[in-house]
Design a protein around this ligand. Structure first.
Ligand code: NDP
Ligand SMILES: O=C(O)C1=N[C@H](C(=O)O)C[C@H](O)C1
Length: 268
């Protein structure tokens, strides 16, 4: 099969640069362009120079419509509003949309869901193999242990992260809730402060730490009487997410429109 023509949204961002490297290094894909928002100082810059792989002769654009006519898939780790916009355009172009962005509100989720009638979307709060394995394990452990084991999800990220809890923490929370056969929305406790009273049985708690250059760390704690089980993933290199995103695009090529998860891609 020919190389898949991919473009990177938010090409100058931390993940944008990692994605450029991952597409450039994959023998099954070819980089055809990248975007930043209108007015960004990155417009016109060479994608390869941004990513540190040497000039590629492909430049950052603020015109996604023109770019989408030339590509089969887009890798999008930008912001919730930008991603909801791109989902509509990807649907018009009937292309693959890999969504790594996190921090969506309800209305963004609805816009993405309607775009999935025409676009083939792979969406996950974390595209690494390790975290998706952790997600599957979390579901299994939550199903095996009863409510006497309190579930708490602790995450830490770099000081620039803007959303909390992280997309990964929420993914792990969904997996824990699914293992327990309950809805996360009815049991999630996303922050605690002041006189909270004792912990409610069945709560799924979240704790958020931010600082330094931490790429991403997640621990799911199952705390019982006299013992504690902890499952941890530590990311030390953003390329794990970028390689996962390329894998997702290649997997989605030729699949019918809809929303798929990284667990679908990895068969977990
Ligand atoms: N699913 C996963 O595996 C992972 C997900 N993420 C998620 O990816 C997202 C991005 O993270 P990160 O790279 O650290 O963030 P950055 O802020 O470094 O990158 C985002 C980039 O998108 C740009 N951008 C904003 N709006 C638009 C637009 N309309 N069109 C094009 N580009 C735009 C930003 O530009 P500007 O700075 O000018 O606003 C910026 O360059 C976050 O939501 C994060 O949580 C991160 C890692 C892994
Ligand atoms: O913003 C980040 O950096 C990350 N975001 C994702 C998340 O919200 O979980 C994935 C990864 O942990 C890095």
């Amino acid at each position: 099969m020919s190389e898949m023509r991919l473009a990177v949204m938010g090409a100058a961002g931390r993940m944008g640069r990692a994605l450029i490297r991952a597409v450039h290094e994959s023998p099954q894909s070819t980089l055809v362009g990248g975007t930043e928002a209108a007015g960004s100082e990155a417009i016109g810059k060479d994608l390869g120079e941004l990513a540190g792989v040497g000039a590629l002769g492909i430049h950052v654009t603020d015109d996604p419509l023109e770019l989408f006519t030339r590509c089969e898939g887009i890798l999008d780790f930008t912001s919730p509003n930008a991603t909801a916009e791109y989902a509509g355009l990807a649907a018009q172009g009937r292309i693959v949309h890999v969504i790594g962005t996190t921090g969506f509100g309800e209305s963004d989720e609805q816009r993405i869901a309607s775009a999935s009638r025409h676009a083939t979307i792979v969406k996950a709060g974390n595209m690494s193999l390790g975290v998706n394995l952790l997600t599957a394990l979390t579901e299994k452990v939550a199903a095996a242990l009863d409510q006497d084991y309190d579930i708490e999800i602790v995450e830490m990220h770099h000081r620039y992260k803007v959303d909390a809890p992280s997309g990964t923490a929420l993914m792990l929370g969904e997996a824990a809730a699914s293992g327990r056969q309950v809805a996360l929305s009815e049991h999630a406790v996303k922050a605690r402060e002041g006189h909270t009273g004792p912990r409610q049985s069945g709560d799924i708690g979240f704790a958020t730490l931010r600082g330094g250059d931490v790429v991403g760390e997640h621990t799911v704690v199952f705390a019982g009487q006299g013992e504690r089980v902890e499952l941890t993933h530590r990311a030390t290199d953003r390329q794990i997410f970028a390689r996962g995103a390329v894998k997702a695009a290649l997997w989605a090529r030729g699949k019918p429109p809809g929303i798929y998860s990284m667990r679908d891609v990895l068969g977990l």
